[in-house]
Write a protein that binds this ligand. Structure first.
Ligand SMILES: N[C@@H](CCC[C@H](N)C(=O)O)C(=O)O
Length: 301
């Protein structure tokens, strides 16, 4: 934290998740907080902190140097960090939870909005709640998947699989396996070769079939370890599965939809004829509170 936030006022936070990919949310509209990697790690610590796979800082686009160029398109920038404090370009579940926060805070209504991310502006739709009060899903247009042609191999222990390199704004290696247990404990990051394919590291997904246009995955996230869901990872898996199955909306002229089961729930993902990947699923705020400024070291800076 820099001296841009040097009072001892409690710092508001919320906690939320999308299919159990969980986040600490820090509202910082005027961009006063300058979070170090150590600050993020502390906040995301599941025993000594609040706990989360990552952190979403909610900043006005105009107040953030990486988003000022988007300020005429959207008011809000998602400053996403992995739980180890590293910065990632994009977080698919994060942007859906971010939108839910904006709705809860009265900063947007259900309907359409746009959120700036390091991977560009993403369009989001918050569905209205059902009559019984069940919250509507949050859908995000994730952009067009990049499919580099390189041949990639993922290894865990003494097993290796060919993998598909998919770029969803952030990097992914998607390996189809016979059983999700083959990925082992995922306590450590799987080895991915050649390293040159992923100069900034990668997220790795292991995938099995569950039925027609229906797959399930486990994921090891760069910067966070194994998580119970990864939105960009689920989209990468959907595209890899579609191409494997011979489905390409740009060729057939028809959108294609896959159900993607993750350990923490279910995402429904469609590739449109213009190549856009649209991901729908739940996004939930579970708590809000205040952070002790002395604990985080705000008072001494
Ligand atoms: N869980 C996220 C992805 C977060 C970023 C990722 N760990 C990376 O470093 O690229 C998602 O829902 O997409």
């Amino acid at each position: 934290m820099t001296d841009t936030h040097h009072d001892t006022a409690p710092l508001a936070f919320l906690k939320g998740h999308g299919t159990e990919n969980d986040f600490v949310i820090l509202p910082d509209p005027d961009g006063r907080l300058d979070l170090s990697a150590a600050d993020v790690t502390r906040l995301c610590d599941r025993r000594a902190g609040i706990g989360g796979d990552g952190l979403l800082r909610v900043v006005r686009s105009a107040a953030h140097p990486e988003a000022a160029a988007y300020a005429d398109r959207t008011e809000w920038f998602m400053d996403y960090r992995n739980s180890d404090g590293s910065i990632a370009e994009m977080c698919g579940n994060g942007v859906r939870v971010f939108a839910r926060y904006l709705q809860r805070a009265g900063l947007t209504d259900a309907g359409d909005l746009a959120v700036a991310t390091r991977a560009g502006v993403r369009e989001v739709h918050i569905a209205k709640d059902a009559e019984d009060g069940t919250p509507g899903d949050v859908t995000v247009r994730m952009g067009v998947a990049g499919l580099p042609e390189d041949e990639v191999t993922v290894t865990v222990g003494d097993r290796s699989w060919p993998a598909r390199h998919v770029d969803m704004g952030n990097p992914h290696a998607v390996a189809f396996v016979d059983s999700l247990d083959q990925a082992g404990t995922l306590d450590e990051a799987p080895a991915v070769a050649p390293a040159a394919a992923y100069p900034a590291g990668t997220n790795v997904e292991f995938v099995v079939d569950r039925g027609p246009r229906h797959v399930a995955l486990r994921v090891h996230e760069r910067g966070s370890g194994e998580t119970r869901s990864c939105g960009t990872g689920a989209c990468a898996v959907m595209v890899a599965a579609a191409r494997r199955d011979g489905a390409d909306p740009a060729v057939t002229g028809r959108p294609v939809t896959y159900t993607v089961d993750v350990p923490g729930g279910r995402l429904v993902i469609t590739e449109t004829v213009d190549g856009q990947i649209e991901m729908a699923g739940p996004a939930v705020i579970v708590a809000e509170g205040v952070i002790d400024p002395e604990w985080l070291g705000l008072a001494s800076r």
